[in-house]
Design a protein around this ligand. Structure first.
Ligand code: SAH
Ligand code: SF4
Length: 391
């Protein structure tokens, strides 16, 4: 595990209202008894009522919980909050992709942090929300812009769940659980390495998939990892989430360079962990992501190697056109090259393997997250400083 720069907490701070968003059902029951004086035998029922209001109806105010008596509602609002992140910026791409820059303030540990989440509407099918699991990333994959930013900290379960609530507010998708809903999939493909924050990711998945609340099935939740092999089994056992692997190379020499965690957990160990991933089978295939880098990993020979490597694994292949960012050391393969590579993969029986880049115009595509906001804020700061100097 990477060393985290966790914020200092002090027991001398005055008690603050706890945020209900992110508490597991059980934690909420305990908190209701300890902090709001709910009778222990009624805790489960009360927690379920609150849960439905928060995650199914989307309320942010205890006064709207009409099946809870006035006195208890007043006590609840004294000690609890139903917190939403601040939407600092919201950009909509020409293709409908929506990128949110979200700020977590007083209710989060430490100073305000900012993360990005991206809603990708479906084309004739349901849409997905790409969520972040960390602020920045401790890993340094050479093609990824998030990897150039120092890790600030892990996100709490509440901060992960709140990304979903903020998106649902924005696309106005309340109540949850409708048949024709447009937010039906969650992918952990935003900022950060989810398997370095597995406890919080697990709790968040538990809340997001709960049938009384947001109700997105675990089969529609995908966690992408760069290959943190020792945590993969636990991910499967504790979350039953779908797994995606950022493979990107077919030999250790190149993967060591592109995805440096490969030096610790080489391809053979990674693929072995895939073969034994809990629940893996034809109905629950593992997605292998492969970013197309011009002249680096995009030859026909590598396409054939890829097919060979994945032969005994129930797999889907996702070819991702490289999304450039300022100063990135690679170029995206040409469209002809990607198609030739995809042909080989196709002929081996993998259906439509190319992932169309979405939201490129607002830098919301894979690996571009955070880059603009950091850059823009730095340039805005420089402008402010210049203006001050001139005055
Ligand atoms: N840390 C996790 C999840 C976040 S990255 C992981 O690495 O899997 C989500 C996906 O975006 C990964 O497959 C990653 O390899 C890919 N990616 C990162 N930078 C990219 C870029 N510049 N262009 C295209 N895909 C990129
Ligand atoms: Fe981190 Fe994933 Fe980017 Fe690698 S690709 S630096 S693991 S976010």
């Amino acid at each position: 595990m990477p060393e985290l720069d966790l914020p200092h907490t002090s027991s001398t701070l005055p008690p603050i209202a706890s945020n209900i968003v992110g508490m597991t059902h059980q934690a909420l029951q305990h908190a209701l008894v300890d902090r709001a004086g709910v009778e222990p035998k009624k805790a489960r029922m009360r927690a379920s009522q609150i849960w439905r209001w928060v995650y199914n109806v989307g309320v942010t105010d205890f006064d709207r919980m009409t099946d809870i008596g006035k006195d208890l509602r007043a006590r609840l609002s004294d000690v609890f909050l139903i917190d939403r992140p601040r939407i600092i910026e919201r950009q909509v791409s020409v293709d409908g992709t929506r990128k949110y820059l979200l700020g977590f303030g007083a209710q989060s540990p430490g100073p305000e942090i900012e993360v990005e989440a991206v809603f990708i509407p479906g084309v004739g099918r349901a849409g997905a929300l790409c969520v972040s699991s960390q602020v920045g990333c401790t890993l340094t994959c050479t093609f990824c812009h998030t990897g150039t930013q120092k890790l600030v900290r892990n996100l709490t379960a509440g901060e992960i769940v709140a990304q979903v609530l903020a998106a649902k507010d924005d696309i106005e998708e309340w109540p949850s659980g409708k048949d024709d809903r447009i937010l039906s999939n969650i992918v952990f493909m935003g900022m950060g390495e989810p398997l370095f924050n597995l406890d919080n990711v697990r709790d968040a998945i538990g809340i997001i998939s709960d049938g009384e609340g947001i109700s997105i099935s675990r089969r529609r939740i995908t966690v992408s990892t760069s290959g943190v092999v020792p945590e993969m089994k636990r991910l499967g056992e504790e979350t039953s989430a779908m797994l995606a692997i950022s493979l990107h190379a077919t030999d250790d020499g190149l993967r060591d360079e592109l995805v440096p965690i490969n030096k610790k957990y080489p391809i053979s160990e990674l693929l072995e962990a895939c073969r034994t991933y809990p629940g893996v089978g034809n109905a629950r295939r593992i997605t292998f992501e492969y970013v197309m880098l011009k002249g680096i990993n995009d030859s026909d020979a590598e396409a054939r190697d890829l097919v060979r490597l994945l032969k005994k694994i129930p797999a889907k292949i996702n070819l991702i056109p490289f999304n450039p960012w300022p100063g990135s050391p690679y170029e995206c393969s040409s469209w002809e090259r990607i198609e030739a590579f995809a042909d080989i993969v196709n002929r081996a029986g993998y259906a439509s393997p190319i992932r169309t880049p979405r939201g490129r115009d607002i830098l919301a595509a894979c690996g571009q997250l955070k880059s603009t906001s950091v850059k823009e804020r730095a340039s805005a700061r420089r402008k402010r400083e210049l203006a001050l100097e001139q005055n």
